[in-house]
Design a protein around this ligand. Structure first.
Ligand code: NGQ
Ligand code: ZN
Length: 454
């Protein structure tokens, strides 16, 4: 099946081009030509950007957005937020998980993301017992991705303990827990479920050094040679302190001491790094999975982006808790976190004349594609035709040229500039709205009303 798409302007790997004609076969870009005459089908859209990946998401948390913003009895923190989150997830049944995921994936598409890495750790029923099909909830995520049309990399999570030193998990974590055999069955179930979803990928995710013991981590890695490995690491100061108390090493130090971290890895957050850790991470070829909006919402801290970029470190962005879903918003928050920390401007742009939005966009594009093992690294032959098309007549873009489009999108207009979104050459969003919006949103709202009464 061959399709033709034509854009007035497009961001290609070699730079901006006018009148770009793309042909696609089975969703993959087959040819790219610029300065082409419009095809008989006419113009597909105005300003085409390759779609970004959200490399780290827990979709179910979308439905608790706004529910953890009231001050508690003592000072609030990541850890008190986590208690709220555990209480919330205790309410969810499989159809709720699917409805919420479909809504979050739809919003990602409407907000400039064309692929997602779902770090999936909600496995068992509300009492903590495995479902008859161990991959029941993984299957719900896959079904939701199918409903929305987003590109999925599913990362089933191994979670076994409540803290460093293999301390027992507590009640609130009962829906996450597996032993190694149970996890193997989960991964196989997830693999089978993914067969129904074209272009989907599978990875694994040891949740964190808190939830996975060293021998378990080694066993997981020994059994997994084929794809991405994601882990939460060094998000909170307390996590770093607890890791030192347990092992004498900081989390990223411990990881590099004990496993071969390479370009299959995504270290999610990696907020608290010292200089040597920053260098090791940059040199490893792994991706730092930055989730700037969630990290700000949870009060995590600030990633050492300027140093890391200067060393050639790779990164991508993720929507994590999905408290606000926006591709331009993640890049904006990332840069603003740096401006506040350094009391400077345009921190992420590396050289005089570089666009900050353009620099962040290209880096997050490459890092997201790598971390998810998806062919979504840009508008070139062999990559999937995942495209975010901005409206050229948006007030913030009318006079834009080249990377000023991206700066206008990231720093001013945000998702309001999005006109169309394509995944695999199929138009899923038109006029900023997903083609299944009404049905997916109604089902989500019914779910929220039902959960509120539970
Ligand atoms: C998660 N989220 O798995 O949803 C975690 C919280 C934890 C973030 N780290 C739980 N942002 O890390 O223990
Ligand atoms: Zn996370």
């Amino acid at each position: 099946m061959a399709d033709t798409l034509f854009f007035t302007r497009a961001l290609l790997p070699e730079g901006w081009a006018d009148n770009v004609l793309l042909t696609c076969e089975h969703g993959v870009i087959h040819s790219v030509r610029h300065d082409a005459p419009p095809p008989p089908a006419g113009i597909s859209g105005a300003v085409a950007l390759p779609g970004l990946a959200s490399l780290h998401s827990h979709t179910f948390q979308r439905a608790m957005a706004g529910l953890a913003e009231t001050r508690g009895p003592s000072s609030d923190s990541f850890w008190s937020w986590r208690q709220v989150m555990y209480r919330f997830l205790g309410l969810l049944d499989p159809e709720d998980v699917e409805a919420i995921a479909a809504f979050a994936f739809m919003e990602m598409l409407e907000a400039g993301f064309t692929a997602v890495g779902e770090f999936h750790y909600l496995h068992h029923d509300r009492t903590g017992n495995p479902y008859a099909d161990r991959a029941e909830l993984a299957g719900r995520i896959v079904a939701a991705a199918g409903t929305s049309g987003i590109g999925l990399t599913l990362l089933p999570v191994f979670y076994a303990h409540g803290g460093f030193g293999a301390v027992p998990a507590h009640e609130g974590q009962r829906r996450f827990l597996n032993d190694l055999d149970g996890f193997q069955r989960l991964v196989e179930g997830a693999r089978t479920a993914l067969l129904a979803l074209p272009g989907a990928r599978l990875g694994i995710a040891p949740h964190s050094l808190r939830a996975v013991a060293p021998d378990e981590l080694q066993a997981l890695l020994a059994a997994w040679s084929e794809g991405p490995v994601h882990i939460h690491i060094a998000e909170q100061v307390k996590e770093v302190e607890d890791c030192i108390a347990w092992s004498g090493r900081r989390p990223v130090e411990w990881l590099f001491d004990h496993v071969a971290v390479d370009d299959r890895w995504c270290l999610v957050h990696a907020t608290h790094l010292n200089e040597a850790e920053t260098r090791h991470l940059a040199e490893s070829g792994a991706v730092a999975g930055l989730c700037p909006i969630t990290e700000a919402n949870l009060g995590d801290g600030t990633f050492r982006l300027a140093e890391y970029m200067a060393r050639g470190g790779r990164f991508g962005v993720g929507t994590d808790s999905n408290v606000e879903i926006s591709a331009p918003g993640e890049l904006r928050q990332l840069e603003y976190s740096q401006r506040l920390a350094h009391r400077a401007r345009n921190v992420s742009a590396m050289a005089e004349g570089d666009s900050t939005g353009g620099t962040l966009y290209r880096a997050a594009l490459a890092g997201g594609a790598q971390a998810l093992a998806q062919p979504v690294a840009g508008l070139q032959v062999g990559q999937r035709a995942d495209i975010v098309c901005l409206a050229a007549d948006h007030p913030d873009l009318v006079a834009a040229t080249a990377d000023r489009h991206v700066d206008g999108y990231v720093f001013c207009a945000g998702r309001a500039a999005i006109d169309q979104v394509y995944v695999g050459g199929t138009r899923l969003v038109e006029g900023g709205r997903h083609r299944g919006h009404a049905a997916i949103a109604n089902r989500y709202k019914d779910t929220i009303r039902k959960l509120a009464g539970r």
